[in-house]
Write a protein that binds this ligand. Sequence first.
Ligand code: PLZ
Length: 446
Amino acid sequence: MTSQDRLPQTRHLVTEIPGPKSMAAMARRKEAVSGGLGMAIPVIVSRAHDAIIEDIDGNRIIDLGAGIGVVTVGNSAPRVVKAVQEAVEKFTHTNFTTAPYLGYIEVCEALNRLTPGKFAKKSILQNSGAEAVENAIKIARHYTKRPAVVVFEHAYHGRTNLTMALTAKNLPYKDGFGPFANEIYRMPMPYSYRWLGNPDTIAQDALDMVIHKIEKEVGAHNVAAILIEPVVGEGGFIVPPVGFMPGLQKFATENKIVFIADEVQSGFARTGKMFAVEHEGMEPDMIVSAKGIAGGLPLAAVTARAEIMDSSHVGGLGGTYGGNPIACAAALAVIEMIEEEKLVERAAHVGDILFAALNALKVKYPIIGEVRGRGAMVAIELVHAGTKDPNPEAMAKVIKYCQSKGVLILTAGTYGNVIRFLPPVVITDELLKDALGVLAEGFASL
Ligand code: PLZ
């Protein structure tokens, strides 16, 4: 494919959204596909390159969601496409625990190098974020010989049985899908915007509260792992106040608890650092990666201190597809792109544009209660003006307006009132500013 074959990075509508072809396909979807699946935008994709999605009616839509934070390096990034094409012609699958291959080893080497922490590390690869989180917990329990897992309010860790238990929000994730796994203990998350205590001492107050609860309600010696998202993703891009996570890790270390950062959404150049924990100079015992790691190919990983990863007996870890060779080739191309094309810095730059534009909107529209996030992981929380009462209705209207104008934006938040921005970090400044202009019109139209 030559660069001429790639979609122009401009917004262009030729029909209403959805157009007639998408509408016809939606009728087929309704007949064929489970009604349990949601949908952010009712169009059928024909192609997507970098930050533009083209639908089957020929509309070009700006993608501010990156497939939920996955195509950080751009959709069908040329280097990823080339790596995948070369890999798929060599072999499609052997299973790494049947007949190993270099790609898997190289991705693990890269993860061990790129994750923060100067200690010896090892990794395993899986297919999805949820599967990797499951493995992280499984390994931490085996290593510590302890049962309990500490998680937080507003957390999202996946949709499998254990990860539903780890996830906070009932609807839509858990309702009616139980019973859930036991030995999961949920702790308060210092959500600055909605914290009822003293805002100046929030990190320490929350830390004291969590440690007290762990000691009195669980017993620190029963805890295998503390699992936390360094930027809370689905829960609404809540950034834990500076000092809270390092304090937690200190407590974990003192009590021989494995400290796990779920960087599935915040990792891999998303926040203006390779991993979001680096904003506080942290070195977690274990990091879970997925999403941005492989440019859209299904791949996830657990990386931890070597002694933790080696505690399992041989054969204790595995899976048929984990670390599939094509996904590994994609990941190696993604890592090369991030490093050579300085995409960590690019994410910080995208974040600067987002923060400037969104803060300007906040001054104008008092229903924007807060602008928050890190790097290219930014959100606005919508409230009723003059209060902090969630305003999901305004959110829905703004999102709908943006869609009708060809801008795809995702939502989030425990109260369903957060608009989140997770664009591919390769998005051009012009395209991002065009999308933010549409967003501003959306607020003006309310
Ligand atoms: N941990 C922090 O953000 C996935 C969920 C999409 P999987 N988030 C998107 C949906 O509605 O199902 C996520 C995450 C964090 C774990 C996961 C789970 O990753 O690859 O979706 O299993």
